[in-house]
Design a protein around this ligand. Sequence first.
Ligand code: HAM
Length: 425
Amino acid sequence: MKISAIKGFSDVLPVESETWQFIEERAREIFARYNFSEIRIPVLEKTELFSRSLGETTDIVEKEMYTFADQDAKGSFLTLRPEGTAGVVRAYNEAELYKVEPVRKLFYLGPMFRRERPQKGRLRQFYQIGAEVLGRRDPFVDAELLLLLSDFFAAVGLDGLTLELNSLGCVQCRPHYRQALLTFLKERETKLCANCRRRIDRNPLRALDCKEEGCVKVTLEAPSILELLCGACRDHFETVQRLLRETHMDYKLNPRMVRGLDYYCGTTFEWTSARLGSQNAVAAGGRYDGLVQDLGGPSIPGVGFAIGMERIVLLSGMRETNRAPRPSLYLAWVGAAARAWAFPVVHRLRRAGMAVEMEGEERSLKSQMRRADKLEAKLVLIVGEEELRAGKGIIRDMDRKEQFEVSLDRIEEDLTQRLNPARDI
Ligand code: HAM
């Protein structure tokens, strides 16, 4: 019986996994440059962590979480994480990281789970590369995160992305905006979709995020949050913009961008690509100054982002530069005695750091040479019974198309030198 994967859950197969590694390596390099440390958090958390952090009336919490009863604690529920911020803040509070040093720059890589309708660029298990800075209230760190992202996009060869910026205000000014928006929406309530009407009183901002045609039309004229920011929020946001201008980073203001999660306040942002269709956000994030305290910690601000890995892979796949790893050496053997000699030698060469391949079953030399060619091996070492008796093998340099004899008892040193000519110097 053939069993298939679950809808929206996909495999990353070779050669695509090479692209994943390339992207992850670039991300790690950039995080190191900006002084971030890795944090690894669980995939499964208590459900209330997410309902409390992301907000009861968000799409994620209302309908997209993979939640099930905890068999070990009656009446409790567990959820596969739909995002990483809540878990990072939980871990920061639980380990009381702020006691030793409140300012933490953390990054994470891993799968997230949302029961969304799968389509191109939207999966039910998807990977994020995320970053969270805890303990910094200043606008410099907001700008720093945006610069980090732009360095990352450059490092993975992505261009043509658009940065959209907004500020969602703070506990002082957001209630005024919320009220202004609520009044505006109430006057047009009949034109909104059933979902927005249902949650209009509890969370009117969600209507700005709704994709239903009627809601999009109605909210085009909605009041802009940027006009109702308090002095502190306006100063903060203006400094972020000034820093971006000074570092020559293009951006567009989008006062309708409210983001799908309730923990945000102040600066929020999304990077989009016109080449991705409707699922066009490649990275997004913003400030969440109240979350650490909401989750039982001290009053410590936070700001961060998450990059959607599959969307980055989709965009880099369009460049078609992916390739399988190339072995340094292919060891072609002929006859059982040569195989017995080759097996431990291959093991030692791999231990010495070389990428080596050999067959386990007898194949003609011609077929082995074809395979070495297909794998794009740099060198082929040919050993048959005659070579073993003479203590001399044949090396074929596949790039230069040259062939020469080598002594088998010095084979490791010989190959190390050939593959690393710099060591001669
Ligand atoms: P988010 O906007 O929900 O934010 O997700 C961030 C990114 O993850 C999106 O821009 C997108 O690239 C990718 N993504 C989201 N859902 C899917 C999906 N179903 N399939 C494929 N990719 C997807 C957050 O998750 C916040 N935790 C970001 C953050 C960190 N804010 C502050 N700190």
